[in-house]
Design a protein around this ligand. Structure first.
Ligand SMILES: NC(=O)c1ccc[n+]([C@@H]2O[C@H](COP(=O)([O-])OP(=O)(O)OC[C@H]3O[C@@H](n4cnc5c(N)ncnc54)[C@H](O)[C@@H]3O)[C@@H](O)[C@H]2O)c1
Length: 322
């Protein structure tokens, strides 16, 4: 159990980060968040506020700042025991338009976090990577040894971050693990991601645009399962120097996804298909045997349950906007 620790969460105001903040506060830890609250999407203040409110905790320090700037770490006033490095510029499409910015942000930030961890001799670092590092699979389900063939600047930057983690593990014996997340969804989901976007359009009775023919398969993974994987990786020393897939391992097509979503929302179907987008892969499908064996990772929330939970949250925030 992770209790009474000082924990740094970079990107803690984001979608996944805010859920981790909430869990670790609930368990009685002191949380330092560094987040630059960038304007990629709105809602980060609301994310962090609702994480804090949900556990009525006061043991936190929110630092608004950029981890690509080394001096931001001087603002930390406690001895950090564990770091979760979740800060990154997400979004495959954004990275195609802004490759240099994404490289600078997603690579320099990792190096700064690792340097800080070495300097302060921090016991455990868990780094967020992505299934996008594999590109289009040669076989499925994908295990961690599958060749890496990133097909977007975002994916290249995430692979580069992993390589730095591996280098710091070998060179400095830093106990760092990288976790490859598969399409994460749930409450506080990013507005640029399909499930959040589709429910939003359904609420407004607007047409949904599908890139490609909708047969592309995605291994949608509910956020609480990802949080559990992050937690387990931090707890287990055996995870150091290793990379793990975190997925649900039951991919469904985008067409099946929207059928389920229309059935939950009770709205009538309005869908348009357009050409597939650069950087999109045909299938994501995790093999999570390694995470099961070493981390005891067992994802719990299937897509039907996860979609219902997401819908309930989104309906609630939609109502507060009216
Ligand atoms: N959501 C997914 O499906 C998914 C899949 C694979 C990997 N990931 C990875 O998980 C992590 C979290 O993703 P998310 O979906 O919660 O994204 P998010 O955009 O909601 O969260 C990222 C947070 O990092 C902050 N940030 C970005 N650059 C920063 C910097 N230089 N300094 C300080 N803060 C900075 C942003 O303001 C944001 O709050 C990212 O590393 C992402 O690459 C996410």
């Amino acid at each position: 159990m992770i209790k009474n620790k000082n924990i740094l969460i970079t990107g803690g105001a984001g979608f996944i980060g805010s859920h981790l903040v909430e869990l670790l506060l609930k368990e009685g830890n002191f949380i330092v968040v560094i987040d630059n609250f960038n304007d990629y999407y709105e809602g980060k203040d609301a994310n962090i506020q609702s994480a804090i409110k949900n556990c009525e905790a006061k043991d936190y320090h929110i630092i608004r700042g950029d981890i690509t700037k080394e001096d931001i770490f001087n603002k930390i006033t406690v001895d950090v025991d564990i770091i979760f490095n979740l800060a990154a510029q997400a979004g495959v499409r954004y990275s195609i338009e802004n490759a240099a910015e994404v490289a600078q942000n997603n690579i320099t930030s990792v190096v700064n976090v690792l340097d800080y961890a070495v300097e302060k001799d921090i016991g455990k670092i868990v780094h967020a990577s992505s299934s996008s590092v594999y590109g289009n699979p040669l076989y499925t389900p994908l295990d961690e040894d599958h060749p890496k063939n990133p097909i977007s600047p975002y994916a290249v930057s995430k692979l580069c971050g992993e390589l730095y983690c591996d280098y710091y593990f070998k060179e400095y014996n830093l106990l760092v693990s990288s976790l490859r997340f598969y399409t994460v969804y749930g409450p506080r989901g990013r507005p640029d991601m399909a499930i959040r976007k589709f429910f939003n359009l359904m609420f407004q009775d607007k047409e949904i645009t599908i890139y490609g023919d909708g047969t592309q398969l995605r291994d949608y993974t509910y956020v609480s399962d990802i949080i559990n994987g992050l937690y387990l990786a931090a707890e287990k020393t055996e995870s150091a120097g290793q990379v793990f897939n975190l997925g649900y391992s039951n991919p469904i097509s985008v067409n099946d996804l929207i059928e389920k979503m229309y059935s939950i929302s009770g709205k009538s179907k309005k869908v348009k298909y357009i050409e597939s987008q650069q950087g999109d892969v045909d299938i994501t499908y995790s093999n999570t045997e390694k995470a099961k064996k070493i981390l005891n990772y067992h994802p719990q929330i299937n897509i039907d349950e996860g979609l219902k939970k997401t819908y309930e949250w989104q309906k609630k925030i939609q109502l507060t906007k009216l």
